[in-house]
Each structure stands twice: as C-alpha cells, then as structure tokens.
Design a protein. Structure first.
Length: 75
C-alpha cells in the first residue's frame, strides 16, 4: 500500500483523506503521542522546524519585478 505521507509530499490529496487513515499512516492515535514516543521521534527525525533561508524583503521583491522582461514589456 502506498504511504499517505508520501502522497502528501508529492502533492497528494491528504486533506481529503479520512482522519483515521492519516492517523494509522503516521503511526499515532487521536490522543497523540506519548512523551516517550515523542522523544524517540525527535531523536530519529529531528525538530519540526522550517529551515531558514534568505530573509524576505518586500523591497527586494518589488525591485525584482522591474528586472523582469515581461514586466518591462507591459509598460
């Protein structure tokens, strides 16, 4: 059986999947993980955080709009 978690990473329709199927696929239960399970997953997978990338600056986005040839053609 194909993993629902894999489908979600590939743009699958996890939001339309019944909650019971997601719970089973992720190996958890409606009440959540025990402290021990949470610590084991933290050690195995690491923290649940987004990697930091470049800072989002509105000014840089605005300036990039003027570098675009399509934008220049619309003037």
């Amino acid at each position: 059986m194909r993993s629902l978690a894999l489908d979600a990473r590939e743009g699958g329709t996890y939001w339309a999947t019944p909650a019971a199927d997601l719970i089973a696929d992720y190996g958890t239960r409606p009440t959540g993980l025990t402290s021990r399970e949470a610590h084991e997953r933290l050690a195995r997978y690491g923290t649940n955080s987004v990697a930091r990338g470049e800072k989002f600056l509105a000014l840089s986005v605005l300036l990039r709009q003027f570098r675009s040839p399509l934008r220049a053609a619309s003037w």
